[in-house]
Design a protein around this ligand. Structure first.
Ligand SMILES: Cc1cc2nc3c(=O)[nH]c(=O)nc-3n(C[C@H](O)[C@H](O)[C@H](O)COP(=O)(O)OP(=O)(O)OC[C@H]3O[C@@H](n4cnc5c(N)ncnc54)[C@H](O)[C@@H]3O)c2cc1C
Length: 314
């Protein structure tokens, strides 16, 4: 049961902003909103369907400029769009792992950002691709780097009379590569127990503009600036990648939950970072000779109170 509510479906943007300012809850694909309402959470008397607002629609790519994505862009569009695989591979990996095909047809980027779950699969990839969130309301438009858009657990830099309208992501040069790894407890549809995204540009052998983002490692998706600093301007080597993984493992502050202990998540942060950096560097044009460490087997509750593996085992 969803409960009773008044449904508004405005086509005028300012009307939508006024309804939101009066307490109506925006709904895009509804894969979070309606599921929550069905479960008895977030039941509100007024729901604002934003799907008819042209300010939130459309998606385009301009060479040299990048992506301009309406907040209503569905994960499935990103997953099926050649441009994304070519220039924003981590973003393809993130969006193609959201729920099921049905969820990806309905669920939107705007909804994923605004729902604000630390496990959101599209956010880490957007963070490493330097995405900017555009919000708009009666006082005009504001552009906020996605990293700064999160102000706390499920909290954003958005005013009651504003909506998230667009996401803009700069173009990537040819010497860039990115990757996202989502670790789940099972092979089928599941939320991320841990996720790491990486972006790197290669200047010969030297890593530039390195960006690393962590999923489910803190109350909000976050960048790992300490690890980025370790890698920035350094030539590619296994040693430096392991150092970056150690920095990620000490910067991420995951919590224990029924999905996993915090200790196991920290170990994953380390191992997954190595894998993701290898992948991103390979995509940027430098194949790796050495195989990276295997990521730990999926574990079940009660089995995951593991300590980091001793060095000789790695
Ligand atoms: C079975 C299932 C599996 C799932 N699996 C995953 C998964 O693997 N990975 C993952 O990341 N997510 C997953 N989700 C969560 C969900 O599908 C995503 O978060 C999705 O992107 C939400 O988009 P939506 O358009 O449906 O959001 P909605 O439910 O419409 O909205 C979500 C929130 O954002 C707000 N909102 C939406 N658009 C705007 C806007 N433009 N401006 C301001 N506020 C806005 C709404 O008010 C609401 O608070 C899953 C959900 C289900 C039901």
């Amino acid at each position: 049961m969803l409960g009773k509510f008044e449904l508004y479906m405005p086509t005028d943007f300012q009307e939508a902003c006024a309804l939101k300012a009066n307490g109506a809850l925006p709904v895009a694909g509804g894969t979070d909103v309606y599921v929550n309402m069905h479960g008895g959470k977030d039941r509100v008397p007024e729901v604002l369907d934003i799907k008819q607002l042209k300010e939130l629609q459309g998606h385009s790519y301009t060479e040299g400029k990048g992506l301009d994505l309406g907040a209503l862009t569905a994960h499935r569009i990103i997953e099926r769009w050649d441009v994304i695989k070519q220039h924003y591979y981590a973003f393809f990996q993130g969006c193609s792992q959201v729920g099921s095909v049905q969820i990806r047809y309905r669920g939107t980027l705007g909804g994923n950002i605004m729902n604000g779950a630390p496990s959101a699969d599209s956010i880490g990839p957007m963070l490493v691709h330097d995405a900017v969130a555009v919000v708009a309301g009666p006082n005009g438009e504001r552009s906020i780097p996605l990293e700064k858009f999160y102000t706390g657990f499920k909290k954003h830099d958005i005013k009651p009379d504003e909506l998230l309208t667009r996401i803009r992501i700069p173009d990537t040069p040819e010497n860039a590569g990115s990757a996202y790894y989502k670790y789940t407890r099972r092979g089928a549809m599941d939320l991320a127990l841990m996720g790491v995204s990486a972006y790197v540009e290669l200047d010969g052998d030297v890593m530039r503009n390195v960006r690393i983002a962590l999923t489910t490692a803190a109350p909000t998706p976050m960048r790992s600036h300490a690890a980025e600093e370790v890698l920035e301007g350094q030539p590619v080597s296994d040693d430096i990648i392991v150092k970056a993984a150690e920095a990620v493992a000490s910067e991420g502050k995951p919590r224990s939950s029924w999905r996993s202990s915090a200790e196991f998540r920290v170990r994953l942060l380390h191992d997954v970072t190595i894998q993701v950096l290898h992948e991103a560097i390979e995509r940027a044009g430098k194949p790796f000779d050495q195989k990276c460490e295997p990521i730990p087997e999926r574990l079940y509750p009660g089995q995951d109170g593991l300590k980091p593996r001793p060095k000789e085992e790695v």
